[in-house]
Design a binder for this molecule. Structure first.
Ligand SMILES: *[C@@H]1O[C@H](CO)[C@@H](O)[C@H](O)[C@H]1NC(C)=O
Ligand SMILES: *[C@@H]1O[C@H](CO)[C@@H](O)[C@H](O)[C@H]1NC(C)=O
Ligand SMILES: *[C@@H]1O[C@H](CO)[C@@H](O)[C@H](O)[C@H]1NC(C)=O
Ligand SMILES: *[C@@H]1O[C@H](CO)[C@@H](O)[C@H](O)[C@H]1NC(C)=O
Ligand SMILES: *[C@@H]1O[C@H](CO)[C@@H](O)[C@H](O)[C@H]1NC(C)=O
Ligand SMILES: *[C@@H]1O[C@H](CO)[C@@H](O)[C@H](O)[C@H]1NC(C)=O
Ligand SMILES: *[C@@H]1O[C@H](CO)[C@@H](O)[C@H](O)[C@H]1NC(C)=O
Ligand SMILES: *[C@@H]1O[C@H](CO)[C@@H](O)[C@H](O)[C@H]1NC(C)=O
Length: 329
């Protein structure tokens, strides 16, 4: 008898417990629901039910102490369409914002993203975003990774990005960026220069000589329209490991480039590089080397890793010879 009577009370108290125990901050919940609405209630956000605690929704993470939303990650969904909603700017504690592989995500980077001062990871790669790379990104001083790869961004690279003091990786590859690599990119102030991925754009002019000031770990400038030399990337006291300069219009004497001991991967294929391969190259621990389609001459030094590569990493040069190519006359 008693249990029958208590049952509704039990449900009621459970319900009260659940609603009282909602951890999610109501401002964050409102912002997320606005985002869902702006995207036209896509299937991927079905779990975003206003009746439930938003700390438990898919695609988001809450800080355990503050219960504020710190991460929003939506990826791999071609049914989600529209532009980046202004409401993303209403998640002030966001540290991670990933909108990735959403082929129907279009339009520009919304200016409200500048309000997200706690952002560390901003990954908007593999979408159909367009417009310029906005200057205001340089105000996000906690950014560690900025990835805008595989979109349709155009215009020039803002100088101001070098002001980001904590940047570890800058990925602007596979867009339609024009103009020069900013001279300011030799003046990043962080302890470690960011890895630079600027490939598959339409960048032109010379690689700025200011880059000699920094130790980059990884630098990919391939498939642009860069001219001149690349000496600023190398040097005996550098720590660069991976360098891809392939498919540009670079023209310099490779014999005069001093490769640091740290270099493990060098690709200069399809340029106008001349001179020859220095004997010191046999002392390097190359895991990848490609100097094909240039204007190199002379004998490939014998030793180290140099004979471990194929003909295809050396062919189509002016008069390069010796193993793995044919013997020198
Ligand atoms: C959650 O927020 C608190 C207070 O701001 C902070 O000390 C803590 O590091 C945060 N936790 C995580 C996992 O970020
Ligand atoms: C998304 O884009 C694909 C083509 O990439 C298209 O076929 C599809 O209809 C689009 N979906 C929406 C919801 O716009
Ligand atoms: C960027 O692309 C848009 C749309 O195609 C075009 O209107 C604009 O002029 C382009 N901007 C630059 C700097 O090329
Ligand atoms: C890149 O920009 C050029 C010049 O503005 C334009 O002709 C070309 O169609 C664009 N390419 C892509 C992939 O958007
Ligand atoms: C690069 O790193 C090396 C080794 O840590 C250091 O000796 C050198 O001064 C650095 N060069 C520059 C340009 O920062
Ligand atoms: C590194 O090398 C450059 C040029 O070779 C030289 O100007 C610079 O003083 C060197 N830096 C250090 C710290 O050895
Ligand atoms: C390339 O530089 C080397 C070393 O300074 C020099 O001996 C050679 O003549 C140069 N080659 C060309 C084609 O300028
Ligand atoms: C080196 O570059 C040439 C020219 O693009 C290419 O045919 C060859 O496959 C490349 N080698 C490797 C191992 O990627």
């Amino acid at each position: 008898m008693a249990s029958k009577l208590n049952l509704p009370c039990l449900f009621l108290s459970l319900f009260i417990t659940i609603s009282v125990a909602e951890l999610c901050h109501q401002d964050d919940k409102k912002a997320l629901l606005n985002i869902k609405k702006a995207f036209n209630n896509p299937y991927i956000l079905t779990s975003w039910d206003p009746q439930t605690d938003c700390c438990h929704w898919y695609c988001v993470k809450c800080n355990r102490t503050t219960h504020r939303i710190t991460s929003l990650t939506i990826f791999a969904d071609d049914r989600l369409s529209g532009e980046i909603p202004p409401y993303v700017g209403d998640l002030p504690f966001l540290e991670t914002l990933i909108l990735h592989k959403l082929p129907n995500l279009t339009g520009p980077i919304h200016p409200n993203i500048a309000k997200l001062h706690n952002l560390k990871f901003l990954d908007l790669s593999w979408n159909s975003l367009s417009g310029p790379i906005p200057d205001f990104l340089s105000t996000l001083s906690n950014l560690f990774v900025l990835s805008l790869s595989f979109n349709n961004f155009n215009g020039t690279i803002p100088n101001s990005l070098s002001k980001l003091p904590n940047l570890g990786g800058l990925q602007l590859d596979r867009n339609n960026l024009t103009g020069e690599i900013p001279d300011s990119f030799g003046y990043f102030t962080g302890e470690q220069a960011p890895s630079l991925y600027l490939s598959h754009n339409q960048l032109s002019g010379k690689i700025p000589s200011s880059l000699s000031r920094l130790n980059f770990t990884s630098i990919d400038l391939s498939r642009n329209k860069l001219k001149g030399d690349a000496f600023m990337i190398f040097g005996s006291n550098k720590t660069v490991q991976i360098v891809d300069l392939s498919r540009n219009q670079l023209e310099f004497n490779l014999s005069e480039a001093v490769f640091p001991q740290s270099l493990t991967s060098l690709d200069v294929n399809h340029n106008k590089v001349f001179g020859g391969l220095r004997p010191e190259m046999t002392k390097l621990n190359f895991q990848y080397l490609n100097v094909s389609y240039n204007r190199l001459c002379g004998e490939i030094p014998v030793g180290g890793e140099l004979q471990k590569f194929d003909v295809y990493e050396y062919f189509h040069n002016k008069c390069l010879c010796g193993a793995p190519l044919g013997s020198c006359k």
